[in-house]
Design a protein around this ligand. Structure first.
Ligand code: ZN
Length: 188
């Protein structure tokens, strides 16, 4: 397969990781006008890894490092949007989003420290115990009017014993339709 190695954004150099994320014209500008104020040329390295290590020596704070990766991710998304959708993200947009994401993450961390998350419920379906039939029901709302009610009954092996569906005319609230579906299944 013939692959064009040239950078699709600037066409001035081969598109290695370092070029794509750091050295390409707009990427370089994004790093510079970002809150990190990184002058790409001041850091050295032949690879993206080297370049990160060189930056790491200067920015030791975790918060800066979060922004660093968020911007790198933004540059990557900008590149993909251009390559695959032919659309542009403005440089300022990339920076705003990158910094915003870090802010949101910090806020979420602060909230989750105050309110520990509730224990997770096991939502995977399990068959009932022996001698018991488990009923699952659901409803669908059709426009402009009309609803569908459905129910399935399983035995303890997990085999379907009965299934049912019913169409009704009329408009109902969502929770009412769900209740109707359960009542229909229980009647059957
Ligand atoms: Zn380029």
């Amino acid at each position: 397969m013939v692959v064009d190695p040239l950078c699709p954004l600037c066409g001035e150099s081969d598109e290695c990781t370092l070029h794509m994320l750091v050295k390409c014209r707009e990427a370089k500008m994004i790093w510079y006008i970002s809150p990190l104020r990184l002058e790409v040329e001041r850091y050295d390295g032949e690879t993206f890894h080297d370049w990160c290590c060189s930056v790491r020596k200067i920015f030791k704070e975790v918060a800066w490092w979060d922004i660093f990766w968020s911007i790198a991710w933004g540059v990557w998304l900008k590149r993909n949007r251009w390559c695959f959708e032919g659309k542009r993200y403005e440089m300022s947009e990339v920076i705003h989003r990158a910094v915003g994401i870090v802010g949101e993450f910090e806020q979420a961390q602060a909230i989750s420290n105050i309110n520990p998350p509730p224990p997770a419920f096991d939502v995977s379906w399990k068959p009932p115990m022996e001698g018991v039939i488990k009923i699952n029901s659901d409803a669908a709302v059709f426009s402009p009017s009309g609803v569908g009610l459905g129910g399935v009954m399983h035995d303890y092996v997990g085999d379907v014993v009965v299934s049912t569906c019913l169409k009704l005319e009329g408009k109902f609230e969502v929770d009412v339709v769900e209740a109707l579906a359960m009542r229909h299944a229980l009647n059957i």
